[in-house]
Design a protein around this ligand. Structure first.
Ligand SMILES: [Zn+2]
Length: 429
């Protein structure tokens, strides 16, 4: 850790930038980057470029051509801004996603107004994660101005599509080498995990669609057909009897929050059988049909202790057991996506550095957590092969994706101090 006088200087500098931090956060919230469909990515990248270029950041705007969702109407734009230090050394990269999720109902504030009320700034993305992006920018700028002789480099990226898998954002950049260990050594993702929490990684996920097959017939003579929904019912029964008890018996040593997620879980994301749902304005009646197909999408979250092949095999075991018990039972499994668990070691340099900075700034030891769902760390780990990556940022995780989402100015400022201290630790002699 650098000496106290340096940290004091940086803290004092950050305190003078409180208004700037508020204005920056408001500006970011006022650019509505809803995803889907993925609006205004270019605009927010240009905003960040206009902010960082005059501060000697080399800015690259990168479109993720032909990734899912990319089109002329909704191009997937990303920005990577890099500021070189005075001498060679490590690069610390702050990665934030610029997209926000749909608004939903029940807002009492202007969702894209960036309204400041007391210590809170309201708006979609305030907490997840434009507040974190703003805090990392302020931290980097204050650090650079206070210690222009720093070594190494600082990068700030604003990336698309995290909320929809990150393929037009971090995954694309990782494929293009932007997270290659030769270029970047430390990654901090300022997602809203809580001020004193270091998020080491996330559980894995396997999404798949299961289809059961049947045969159409007139609904008055169902014995002439074969009901796909009843077959799926048997699958659900078998899941309840054998699979769910098995999953809840699998515990993990990963410090997942909330604690209920320290086990394997399975969500049935959707279920559909038989005729399509009619349009809401259709006033007619359905026709009598025996369904020939039923489909459900499963979302299986798995642990670092589990083997991915076993995760798949458990589902096939359920389907094969039902098949052995029912005549004419047939099924299909279509994989939608697989995400492998990621967990950075507690003694990795970025972890120990942020942990020491939390202790110094907040006067309490850091808490280590793992996210129940995944975020862009998956791509930095799997595609970029960079293991020295964490999520650390301001904001309350539970507020993410909620109506009247907000971020606290004091939390942003404190987290900027933690990030700034970590920069002192990693980039000053
Ligand atoms: Zn997020």
């Amino acid at each position: 850790m650098p000496d106290q006088s340096k940290l004091d200087r940086l803290n004092a500098e950050l305190d003078t930038r409180r208004d700037d931090l508020i204005a920056l956060t408001q500006d970011l919230i006022r650019i509505p980057t809803l995803n889907p469909p993925g609006e205004n990515y270019r605009l927010i990248c240009e905003y960040l470029e206009a902010r960082l270029k005059p501060r000697s950041f080399n800015c690259e705007l990168i479109r993720a051509f032909e990734t899912p969702g990319d089109s002329e109407k909704y191009p997937r734009w990303n920005i990577v801004a890099r500021r070189e230090g005075a001498i060679k050394g490590d690069c610390v990269h702050f990665n934030s996603h610029t997209d926000v999720v749909e608004l939903g109902q029940d807002w009492t504030r202007d969702a894209f107004g960036g309204e400041l009320d007391g210590d809170k700034i309201y708006g979609r993305g305030a907490c997840d994660m434009k507040g974190g992006l703003a805090a990392s920018i302020i931290a980097a700028e204050a650090f650079i101005d206070t210690f222009p002789e720093f070594s190494g480099a600082i990068e700030i990226s604003g990336t698309a599509d995290e909320e929809t898998g990150g393929f037009g954002g971090v995954a694309y950049l990782a494929e293009k080498g932007y997270f290659a260990p030769a270029r970047v050594q430390h990654v901090i993702i300022p997602e809203p995990l809580g001020l004193d929490c270091i998020c080491l990684g996330h559980r894995g996920a396997w999404w798949a669609e299961i289809e059961t097959k049947g045969r159409n017939a007139h609904g008055s003579m169902p014995f002439l057909g074969d009901c796909a929904v009843r077959h799926m019912g048997a699958v659900l029964t078998e899941m309840e009897t054998s699979l769910y008890p098995l999953l809840s018996s699998k515990r993990t040593d990963m410090p997942v929050i909330p604690k209920g997620a320290r086990q394997s879980t399975l969500n049935i994301n959707s279920f559909h059988g038989g005729q399509e749902e009619p349009d809401p304005d259709f006033t007619g009646l359905p026709s009598p049909m025996v369904p020939d197909s039923a489909r459900m999408v499963i979302d299986r979250r798995f642990l670092i202790e589990e083997n991915f092949e076993d995760v798949q095999a458990e589902i096939y075991d359920v389907l094969e057991k039902v098949k052995s018990e029912r005549t004419d039972f047939d099924y299909k499994v279509r994989e939608i996506q697989q995400i492998h668990p990621s967990m950075t070691a507690k003694d990795a340099p970025v972890v120990t550095s942020i942990a020491a900075a939390i202790e110094k700034t907040l006067g309490k030891p850091a808490e280590y957590v793992v996210s129940p769902g995944s975020y862009d760390q998956k791509h930095i780990d799997r595609i970029g092969h960079l293991k020295n990556c964490i999520a650390y940022g301001p904001g309350i995780l539970e507020l993410a994706h909620q109506p009247d989402e907000y971020v606290e100015v004091s939390a942003m400022l404190d987290s900027a101090k933690v990030m700034g201290h970590s920069l002192c630790d990693l980039l000053l002699e």
